[in-house]
Design a protein around this ligand. Sequence first.
Ligand SMILES: NC(=O)c1ccc[n+]([C@@H]2O[C@H](COP(=O)([O-])OP(=O)(O)OC[C@H]3O[C@@H](n4cnc5c(N)ncnc54)[C@H](OP(=O)(O)O)[C@@H]3O)[C@@H](O)[C@H]2O)c1
Length: 357
Amino acid sequence: MPSPHPAAWAGAIEQALKGALILPENRCFTLVRRPEGMPVDADFALVTQDAPELQDGQFLLRNHYASLDPAMRGWMDDKPSYFPPIPLGHPIPASTIGVVAASRNDDFPVGSWVAGFGAIEEYTLHRKGSGRKIDRGLLPVVTNYLSIASGVGPTAYFALLDIGKPLAGETVLVTGAAGAVGSLVGQIAKLKGCRTVGIAGGARKCERLLRDYGYDAAIDYKGKSPEELVAAIREAAPDGVDIQFENVGGAILDAGLMTLNDKARVVLCGLISQYNCDPLPTKNLWQLIVKGARIEGFILTQYISRLGEAVPELTSWVREGKLRIDEHIEEGIENALPAFLKLFEGTNDGKMILKLV
Ligand SMILES: NC(=O)c1ccc[n+]([C@@H]2O[C@H](COP(=O)([O-])OP(=O)(O)OC[C@H]3O[C@@H](n4cnc5c(N)ncnc54)[C@H](OP(=O)(O)O)[C@@H]3O)[C@@H](O)[C@H]2O)c1
């Protein structure tokens, strides 16, 4: 057999040396049009890009799971926000966890599990300083990092404890109570000795509030007039509401405001009922005046430097069985939109996560 030409050997050796750096193609879920109202298929495109060349200090993360969050809807609009609007043609940004597929960064060797802020895409290029290595022993399953150590856990923790400042014996009203943030808020409030009242959509979710998250009372908002909702909250919170943890807005926010105690705190964490429509005016803000109450917005980006306070306590509560996490996992990058829409249909049971591998 003739031996290969020296130039061919050189090519093969170079290829072998590059081994780990032969980069794959990357399917990305991109925004191609700004949604009007509820997002539809034509607002997005699944595109395939070449993975970029790795530079020193960079690594390529094979995303296994992406967090789907209601806030992404706001990033799709061209409006001033805490996060720049997603440029058309770009992948939808997302917190992800995955395994390093190629690396020119010794701190992130191939094969290690990493959490980072990337996008709904198969591979994300991380630059030096981005990404956090995951300690697989800390939480029962790897997806729990998206629920506890990423956006949702620290949101529930800081928004309730820093802004709500719960005291034992106080009553905490949580809207969107069966969701990812709301279910944690209810449980943390119980750990702090509070009485908890949760509002959610439907009898099944209300059963879960009582059974799975330890709420003292559960209210199904569906089919109730504003007056009926106020009456239901008053019945469930006979001593009034000291902290209203607001995830929903609109008529639900308005109903809660009518039940506040003197010096109550309203934690404005989210307004999910208003994300796909022109926001409705809030009618009962006057209650803040007559009760000398306070309303304050929360945004997690202002707490990034303090994540080290929240995550160890949240993970130890999970390990000790004091904090229950529920996750709703949908599969396949091609299902990104239907999975995202479940957040607005109320058909997610727990933290919405998209499985990419
Ligand atoms: N400020 C921050 O830094 C920050 C960070 C994370 C999350 N958030 C906010 O926290 C809230 C919850 O987020 P999450 O990730 O935990 O989502 P989630 O609660 O797990 O899922 C969304 C839930 O919202 C409820 N919902 C949707 N549309 C509604 C409507 N029109 N009226 C009433 N309820 C509606 C549904 O529950 P029902 O079936 O009970 O209706 C749905 O299951 C959102 O408002 C989000 O924007 C804020």
